[in-house]
Design a protein around this ligand. Structure first.
Ligand code: DCP
Ligand code: CA
Ligand code: CA
Length: 356
């Protein structure tokens, strides 16, 4: 039996912000693009669930968000930070996957057919994953489980927030039928509107529609719409994620030339990189550092080891040597990165095939 899960983080950007500013928890907080002191045309990227209850939505102009609630907490976006959190999430998720496909910053499909024999197994496994993400990162997510990607996605939407939902093949039609057609995975606002104009109000309406008519109205997309509405999706979980290297980067709060601060960052990142390597069962041979200066100039410097190593200490040592050798003395750094590459597998972990 095919068992696919979709893991999607809840109110992701704001949830990330709550981690580093606990004081905004349970308050109407939004993350958005630069409002430029009221002059900008910024929009809400995401809103906490508290904010959503008050009517704040992603895509809404910031000006409108303020009109709705004066005490809305506005947080400017920090993509770099969300990407770091995303990478941490994905590292955890991958461990649970036979096949892994990240589809956006905060969501991934995983094929768990081999490791889960049935829905009970799958639910147990996904509960464990969800708990691990909560315990290790403090972030809530929702997970949908079903026979294909489409249904897994639809189930995850139903599970939100902070839930897990499994929809079996035999229940798929019933599960979909009463939902508004606009909620069907893959249907955007424009298509949704067109579908409604043709009188397809629910996914069930679309499922019962004559496919020939749908093809007339929506061209080749019509057949796909009909399949989707019937919960049919044969597409595989695509392992697009190919690791050739593992790295971390850190931007300093304030540009710095303090060797102590920089080498400390290098040590911390080396440890994280080393931990990730160990999970994947890899040894590395090349260490690279990236130095970005205040003026945004960037240098990459690498050193090849004469042996394969798995030791975080070794990453840290080589990266620090590279820094000492190549950093411009006294120049302030904006960002520093550590990366290892040229892998070889030293552990036969089947599920980590994607690293090979
Ligand atoms: N995002 C964005 N612009 C959009 C939609 C989303 O920048 N138009 C960003 C902000 C979100 C993140 O992508 O936090 C993930 O998008 P989701 O659609 O998964 O929405 P959320 O994670 O915010 O909320 P939900 O709990 O509904 O998944
Ligand atoms: Ca999300
Ligand atoms: Ca998402």
């Amino acid at each position: 039996m095919r068992l696919i899960a979709l893991v999607d983080m809840d109110y992701f950007f704001v949830a990330c912000e709550e981690l580093r500013r606990p004081e905004i928890k349970n308050k109407p907080a939004i993350v958005g693009s630069d409002p430029k002191q009221g002059e900008g045309r910024g929009v809400v990227m995401t809103a906490s669930y508290v904010a959503r209850k008050l009517g704040l939505r992603s895509g809404m102009p910031l000006s409108m968000a303020y009109r709705i609630r004066k005490d809305t907490i506005y947080i400017p976006q920090d993509f770099e930070y969300y990407e770091q959190m995303s990478a941490k999430v994905m590292t955890l998720v991958k461990v649970y996957a036979d096949k892994f496909e990240q589809v956006s910053i905060d969501e991934a499909f995983i094929d768990i057919s081999k490791r889960a024999g049935d829905y009970d197994d799958a639910l147990e496994l996904m509960r464990k994953l969800k708990q691990e993400v909560k315990d290790k990162l403090g972030l809530p997510c929702s997970i949908g489980i079903s026979v294909n990607k489409l249904m897994a996605k639809m189930a995850s939407e139903d599970a939100k927030p902070d839930g897990i939902k499994a929809v079996k093949e035999e229940d798929a039609a019933g599960f979909l039928s009463r939902k508004p057609v606009g909620e069907l995975y893959g249907v955007g606002r424009k298509t949704g509107k067109m579908l409604e104009e043709f009188g397809y109000r629910t996914i069930g309406d679309l499922a019962k529609a004559n496919p020939v008519v749908l093809v007339e109205r929506f061209k080749s997309y019509g057949a796909e719409l009909h399949n989707s509405a019937n919960g049919v999706d044969d597409s595989e979980v695509q392992e697009n994620w190919e690791v050739k290297s593992i790295g971390r980067e850190r931007t300093f709060e304030r540009d710095t030339s303090d060797r102590h601060e920089i080498t400390k960052a290098i040590r911390e990142m080396s440890k994280e990189v080393g931990d990730e390597l160990k999970k994947g069962g890899f040894a590395f041979k090349v260490v690279t550092i990236k130095l970005r200066y205040s003026n945004f100039e960037e240098t990459l410097k690498s050193r090849s080891l004469t042996h394969r190593s798995v030791e975080p200490e070794e990453i840290s040592q080589v990266a620090t040597q590279l820094f000492d050798k190549y950093a411009e003395t006294g120049e302030e750094l904006r960002k520093v990165g550590v990366r290892v590459s040229n892998f070889v597998k030293y552990k036969g972990q089947k599920r980590m095939a994607e690293y090979a």
